[in-house]
Ligand binder design. Structure first.
Ligand SMILES: Nc1ncnc2c1ncn2[C@@H]1O[C@H](COP(=O)(O)OP(=O)(O)OP(=O)(O)O)[C@@H](O)[C@H]1O
Ligand SMILES: [Mg+2]
Length: 457
């Protein structure tokens, strides 16, 4: 329970005295004032949490005082004291932001109840603010680590998209590359931040239920629909709906999704009424080939292109190796806090091993390894022997690719060569991106990223 400070503003000495006595007995700290002007000064000096304010006072009236107090701090809880039967003024005070009112003459018991209720409200408000700030902090872009050029570009692009009016964003990348993390950062960085962020793991909902989960249903729409229910799109109204694994949604739902995106309206299952919502969709897929699913007829082309207005490709960690050590150190810091450890750094030998390892589970696998080391080892510095054996023993058989080009004496443009090789590879395999990526020894995601960079997409 918070220790509330209370200010009583009333020109009748009897009232201020009796309230002060009563509330102090209940353990509150109480200050008093006998005019509106004095009340405002005391408020500025003592910043009380709750104020009792008489409406009938000489000098500036109660309503004026109320407005000035609210201007100084909109969160302050003001309880109005009115003359018996003066409901009209009480209502106008509530309209100006008062929390509640009490009529004269009042029972002290009623005052105690009112105060307890007000304290609960204040506490709840503070908790919400605290949680919200904590969320903003946890999901801010500051916690997305990435020093590679690719990640820097993704962070810049994501911030821009987040601030824009875009209502669809598609994040693609292997499992563990940070899609969920990025989706949250996009929401909490946007103007929608204080509206809901609703997460839907499409694969976790049975196919038969997904439509009613997303769009809701009316009573009697199907056997189990005993009452009408809001869908997640309505719950997310004004905010963001995060559709994880969108590649697994069935075709009928895709059609409805598309309409919801294009017209901003949908119908509940079994409903006739159009429901209008303003929701941003952030969709993700770790399906290598959503485009392939489109070609096979498993994913609607129109929905794919609609989602793809803002595509973001998160590269596998092994293709942005500069991020490995910064990520590892980021997790060392956070696990130090969590487990009360004091790991200060990573030895050069261990760094080499971490960089060499291919991290097929991406940033998630790296985080798990660091968590294990921080939990189990009592060490200042992480040495190779602290790492799991698969990392120590890993021998890189994929690189050492044999290809070599002599650098011309006048030098060359690395970017130009890269673009040229990509174009050649694509030509050789008739634009089959998977085959071209294989020829170049990179993943299809990496190829697509580079194609986008060189305006080849
Ligand atoms: N750039 C990053 N900076 C800091 N932590 C990261 C980063 N990328 C990923 N992580 C961490 O790695 C873990 C996995 O990330 P996340 O859940 O976002 O991956 P994902 O792509 O959504 O995976 P999946 O496809 O399996 O759902 C999380 O603990 C996340 O905090
Ligand atoms: Mg995820």
């Amino acid at each position: 329970m918070i220790q509330a400070k209370i200010l009583v503003i009333d020109d009748e000495k009897f009232i201020t005295r009796s309230l002060k006595q009563h509330l102090e007995k209940e353990g509150y700290e109480v200050v008093t004032a006998s005019t509106g002007e004095e009340g405002i000064e005391v408020f500025k000096a003592d910043s009380p949490d709750i104020i009792f304010l008489d409406l009938n006072m000489p000098g500036i009236g109660g309503i004026e005082t109320l407005k000035s107090l609210k201007k100084l701090n909109n969160d302050v809880v003001v309880i109005i004291i009115t003359a018996h039967g003066d409901i009209e003024t009480a209502v106008s005070a509530i309209k100006s932001g008062a929390y509640d009112f009490v009529e004269k003459p009042f029972e002290l018991d009623r005052i105690s109840v009112l105060i307890r209720k007000a304290v609960e409200t204040i506490q709840l408000k503070r908790e919400v603010t605290f949680l919200r700030e904590e969320k903003f902090d946890t999901y801010s872009f500051n916690n997305i680590i990435g020093e590679s050029e690719e990640m820097q570009e993704i962070i810049t692009l994501s911030k821009k998209v987040s601030e824009s009016d875009a209502n669809t964003i598609l994040i693609q990348g292997e499992s563990g590359t940070g899609k969920s993390l990025l989706a949250r950062a996009i929401h909490y960085h946007s103007a929608r931040a204080s509206e809901p962020f609703v997460e839907v793991t499409c694969t976790a909902i049975p196919e038969a239920l997904i439509e009613s989960e997303l769009f809701g249903h009316e009573k009697g729409a199907f056997t189990d629909a005993k009452a009408s229910k809001k869908g997640l799109f309505e719950v997310a109204s004004g905010g963001t709906i995060y559709l994880d694994e969108i590649g697994d949604i069935k075709l009928a739902t895709q059609a409805k999704l598309l309409r919801a995106l294009e017209d901003k309206t949908f119908k509940r299952v079994g409903g006739l009424k159009d429901i209008r919502v303003n929701v941003r969709i952030v969709a993700t897929t770790n399906k290598k080939d959503l485009e392939g699913a489109v070609k096979d007829g498993d994913f609607r082309a129109d929905l794919y292109y609609r989602l793809k207005v803002f595509p973001i490709y998160l590269l596998p960690l092994r293709e942005r190796k500069e991020d490995i050590i910064p990520l590892a150190m980021h997790h060392v810091k956070s696990f130090n806090k969590e487990f009360r450890k004091n790991v200060k750094g990573i030895s050069q030998g261990a760094e080499k091993l971490l960089i060499n390892y291919p991290w097929y589970g991406n940033a998630r696998e790296l985080r798990n390894v660091i968590e294990r080391v921080c939990l189990l080892e009592d060490t200042d510095i992480i040495f190779p022997e602290h790492l799991p054996s698969e990392i120590i023993k890993y021998v890189d058989t994929e690189s050492g690719d044999g290809a070599s080009i002599d650098l011309p004496s006048e030098g060359l443009s690395l970017k130009g060569v890269e673009k040229d090789l990509i174009v050649q590879a694509l030509k050789r395999v008739e634009n089959n991106q998977t085959k071209a990526a294989k020829l170049l020894g990179i993943s299809r995601d990496a190829l697509r990223y580079k194609m986008q960079k060189f305006s080849l997409l």
